[in-house]
Design a binder for this molecule. Structure first.
Ligand code: MAN
Length: 557
């Protein structure tokens, strides 16, 4: 503290003048205080500068006469002999700055015609420095008071947030306990429903198995009938084509059938006939039944319009079925004496009469195709799905078993879904309970809230413990900047920074991420967002939860 110097009114004129001289010499080297502390030295170190003794450089390197202290010549290597001049490059000058904050400035700034200390003590030459310490002190005190109030109010709110945070956790814990009880209740119901389901499914299964066996038998019979029909169809055809009834098919016999005119040029050539005879001159009945009919059948089907021929052949395709050179194949061309009309019909073939009153046989290939399709649809083992589609095919008792099983299944499914729903709810609840809301739960009230900050281009959003996003103001989709990761503040203050990572991939760069710096404030607010490095964002957020407890008597200034 600077002490003002007063001149005694009883001093004589001479005395006064000589005193002024001494004073002017001394005042350049000393701060006039109770014990004449040298200029540039704080009171706390005055003892090191005793005018009655030689001066020992503070680094202990030299002992010099005290008259060499502040003589504007640097003697000590550490500059300690010139605390009040600019002679030593390594020296420093102490500003008392009464009313503001005391402190050191480098010696080079002493007497450099620029006022550095607010009390102006660094300039003892021509420059007149005004003392601004009181003014600065007042402003600093006001700022200090503002900060102290912010800290006090913020801390008060932090206490409230912590209290709601604890409430929040408590209510979630209670909710979890209730859900656990409910889950157990639903599990019991599910187990019971499963037991009932299995109980009623057993007789249903048995009944359906009986039906399945019957179906299987039916299917076997149908297949056998099909095979027999196919065999007799081939047999009939052979009889039809073997005009001379010698048990062999020859080229000439084939050539009389227009059906075998593959290229539709109006006649069946030798090559075309040979094709159907497996490139042999003749074909035995056995060969016809095993392979020949297989080759010939498609041409009969074509004649019947079963296959659509190429466009240019369409006119000819519209000819009547089973034509031979424009003439229908008639029974007179093949000895079918041994087959009666009934027998033919039984085989699925058709008998009709042409305009000339001649009998025609039209093989039952079309019907066969349709039947095959029907059979295919009916194929497969009896299952519950089949049961649903064709409920009417069961007798009343079986149907009752099926209905009971259906009901039990549906009740079980319902119970199972209730259990799954509650397990899901519990998982979500556990996710919340596992969050670190701060040692006193003070950040918990932020859970479920979202905060926005808009700059010229984007609206940034922070949903604490969930996500950070960015949405362009001029339209366009929301960009995920990161999902909640962890607290990343320094070890001794970890709840001052949040980290959100695993954001949307940045083209040619990292996945986006955001750091949220949290400072003390009296409200919860997002105050700024920047992108210091591409796709790495920094959010500035204020919250009472970041206010630490004010120290008592917080008035350092
Ligand atoms: C978008 C925004 C920007 C980001 C670029 C990277 O424009 O997400 O913040 O820098 O993509 O390509």
């Amino acid at each position: 503290m600077l002490t003002s110097f007063s001149i005694s009114p009883c001093m004589g004129k001479v005395n006064s003048l000589s005193f002024l001289f001494v004073f002017s010499v001394l005042s350049n080297r000393f701060v006039i205080s109770d014990n004449l502390t040298p200029r540039g030295v704080p009171l706390s170190r005055a003892a090191l500068y005793d005018p009655q003794k030689d001066f020992s450089c503070l680094d202990g390197s030299k002992l010099i006469p005290f008259s060499m202290v502040n003589d504007d010549y640097c003697d000590c290597p550490d500059g300690s002999d010139e605390p009040g001049t600019s002679a030593c490059s390594r020296g420093s000058f102490f500003c008392q700055n009464a009313g503001f904050v005391a402190g050191y400035i480098p010696s080079s700034r002493v007497n450099d015609h620029i006022c550095d200390c607010c009390d102006g003590s660094d300039e003892s030459g021509t420059v007149q420095c005004s003392n601004t310490c009181d003014e600065l002190g007042r402003a600093a005190r006001e700022e200090g008071e503002r900060l102290a109030k912010l800290l006090k109010d913020g801390y008060q709110k932090r206490v409230e947030m912590a209290s709601s945070g604890k409430e929040f956790r408590k209510s979630k814990d209670e909710e979890k306990a209730k859900l656990e009880v409910e889950r157990q209740r639903l599990e019991i119901i599910k187990t019971e429903k499963e037991r009932i389901k299995e109980e009623v499914e057993a007789p249903e299964k048995e009944a359906l198995e009986r039906y399945r066996l019957i179906e299987e038998e039916k299917q076997k019979l149908l297949n056998a009938a099909e095979e027999a029909k196919a065999a007799s169809e081939a047999e009939n055809m052979f009889i039809l084509l073997d005009s001379n009834g010698d048990g062999k098919l020859t080229k000439d016999e084939i050539k009389t059938r227009q059906t075998f005119d593959k290229n539709k040029d109006g006649e069946v050539s030798d090559d075309e006939a040979l094709f159907f005879l497996n490139m042999e001159e003749e074909m035995s009945k056995e060969d016809f039944l095993t392979t020949g009919w297989m080759m010939a059948k498609p041409f009969f089907l074509m004649d019947q319009g079963m296959f659509q021929p190429p466009i240019e052949d369409q006119e000819e395709e519209q000819e009547p079925s089973l034509m031979s050179g424009g003439q229908p194949i008639t029974v007179t061309e093949a000895p079918l004496k041994e087959l009666t009309e009934e027998e033919i019909q039984a085989q699925g073939d058709h008998v009709s009469y042409n305009a000339a009153g001649e009998k025609e046989i039209i093989p039952g290939v079309v019907e066969e195709q349709e039947e095959e399709e029907e059979l295919y649809e009916e194929d497969g083992p009896a299952s519950v799905e089949d049961v649903k589609v064709e409920e009417s095919k069961y007798d009343e008792a079986t149907q009752q078993l099926i209905d009971a099983a259906e009901k039990a299944r549906s009740e079980f499914n319902e119970a199972d879904k209730s259990v799954r729903d509650i397990v899901h709810q519990l998982e979500e609840l556990n996710d919340v309970l596992n969050l670190d809301f701060g040692d006193d739960e003070r950040f918990a009230p932020l859970h479920g809230q979202c905060f926005d900050f808009e700059d010229r281009e984007y609206v940034y959003t922070l949903c604490p413990f969930k996500s950070a996003t960015q949405k362009p103001r001029n339209g366009g989709g929301e960009v995920n900047l990161g999902k909640w990761g962890s607290w990343t503040g320094p070890e001794d203050n970890k709840y001052t920074e949040m980290f959100y990572d695993r954001g949307q991939n940045c083209w040619n760069g990292p996945n986006r991420s955001a750091r949220v710096k949290i400072a003390c404030g009296t409200e919860n607010r997002l105050t700024g967002v920047s992108e210091p490095s591409r796709c790495e964002y920094q959010y500035e957020y204020i919250s009472p939860a970041a206010c630490s407890q004010p120290h008592h008597g917080h008035d350092e200034l």
